[in-house]
Design a protein around this ligand. Structure first.
Ligand SMILES: Cc1ncc(COP(=O)(O)O)c(C=O)c1O
Length: 420
């Protein structure tokens, strides 16, 4: 049953309540390996489901355009202070609706349409909002893109530097959405300094690892830090912008009134709760366990002949090229979903296939680690993945259903926040 219980929803809208219950059960019964997902705590669920959703509060604490902000101001200030303390930054804005608008606010604050900006190409592991052609950021700015080396699957900072010197970007984005390796923030900072660019670290995927001490921090290297709050940081769907004192005002102005109206106060409260949770000693253990699980899963997959981009992982994320297993990413992901293992098909660097039917799978260990699974369970997950791929190639639906039953049986003894 969903936790907190939803009896009022069940009475008012049984159809919708049943769908929520079904989704909760689905999350309980699946090995959730989508690298951008997690399970938030019941406390975060309560905060995001609270009456705070009723309140409008355009502006910032102490300077709002609507009355009745006695408690909202305190909630937003709590979230800001917790973000500043956790990450060690001068400034935090907790109002951005999600990661993509947060990044758009960075462009609005620090560049003008047509300016040259630089980021990692989407097929190499960057995010759409780092200047990819179909994104507004690729259409409204002159975006130049760096990638990874073909032989290593890793970013080559010499190539990034050459491109930056040639193109003279105003902004350089580092970080991304499918990068299994440590981001070299000092290395990027040196390049940005050399060409007079502002360095923006998009830590959406690794924010929880940074907060928990399991990945180096960009603070002191990147002037601007953008992050979602719902991946390894384990908060509600939302985002934050953080910066040095110099860029604080421009970022705040870009978020409101530049891009947004009223902040989502229920989300702000959920972010505040998640930041308090991430400041506890247990969260350091969690962050270390996420990386240990990802490494153990990577090793188990490689031992079974899977081809990992860059040959492994340093963080929570694994990118697998399944071509050598005689299958493409999409049919593999669909078969795995039927087997109770949820992940996404993904482009791999230099992918000869199309983005909607690529060669890879992306896996992450954040959610399964929250569930309490440890390194001892990773060989089993790798074995299920291997068996499922074989069964998919053989068209053996019975074998896939048998794996789903094994998955359900294992997960039954691992509690899930949000399900009782
Ligand atoms: C690196 C990075 N930046 C930004 C975003 C965008 O976040 P959202 O989906 O909340 O807009 C993502 C989402 O996956 C991401 O991975």
């Amino acid at each position: 049953m969903h936790q907190p219980a939803i009896p009022h929803l069940a009475a008012a809208d049984p159809e919708l309540a049943q769908l929520v219950e079904s989704e909760a059960q689905r999350q309980f019964e699946k090995v959730r390996l989508i690298a951008s997902e997690n399970y938030v705590s019941t406390a975060v669920l309560e905060a995001t489901g609270s009456v705070l959703t009723n309140k409008y509060s355009e502006g910032y604490a102490g300077k709002r355009y609507y009355e009745g902000q006695q408690f909202i101001d305190q909630i937003e200030t709590l979230a800001i202070e917790r973000a500043k303390a956790l990450f060690g930054v001068d400034h935090a804005n907790v109002q951005t609706y999600s990661g993509s608008p947060a990044n758009l606010a960075v462009y609005l604050a620090l560049a003008a349409p047509g300016d040259t900006v630089m980021g990692m190409a989407l097929p190499a592991g960057g995010h759409l909002t780092h200047g990819w052609s179909v994104s507004a950021t690729g259409k409204w700015f002159r975006a130049v893109q760096y990638g990874v080396r073909k032989d290593t699957g890793r970013i080559d900072l010499d190539e990034v530097r050459d491109l930056a010197i040639k193109e003279q970007p105003k902004l350089i984005f580092c970080g991304g959405t499918a990068i299994p390796r440590t981001i070299d923030f000092p290395g990027f900072a040196e390049i940005a300094k050399e060409v007079g660019a502002v360095l923006v670290a998009d830590i959406a995927h690794i924010a929880g690892l940074i907060a928990g001490g399991a990945h180096p921090s960009p603070v002191g290297h990147a002037q601007v830090i953008s992050t979602t709050t719902h991946k390894t940081l384990r908060g509600p769907r939302g985002a934050m912008l953080m910066s040095d004192a110099e860029h604080a005002k421009a970022l705040d102005k870009a978020v409101f009134p530049g891009l947004q109206g009223g902040p989502h106060n229920h989300t702000t409260a959920g972010i505040a709760v998640a930041l308090a949770e991430a400041a506890r000693p247990e969260f350091r253990d969690y962050a270390a366990a996420v990386v240990a699980n990802a490494k153990a899963l990577a090793d188990s997959l490689m031992a079974r002949g899977f081809d990992l981009v860059s040959g492994g992982t340093d963080n929570h994320l694994i990118l697998v090229d399944v071509t050598g297993k005689g299958i493409a990413g999409k049919p593999a992901a669909k078969a795995l979903d039927r087997a109770g293992i949820e992940l996404n098909y993904n482009t791999v660097p230099f992918d000869p296939r199309k983005p909607f039917d690529p060669s890879g799978l992306r896996l992450g260990a954040a959610a399964i680690t929250t569930r309490g699974l440890g390194v001892d369970q990773m060989p089993q997950i790798a074995e299920w993945i291997d068996r499922t791929v074989t069964a998919a190639n053989d068209g053996d639906d019975t074998a896939i259903a048998a794996i789903a039953a094994e998955v359900r049986e294992l997960l039954a003894s691992y509690p899930m926040p949000g399900w009782a």
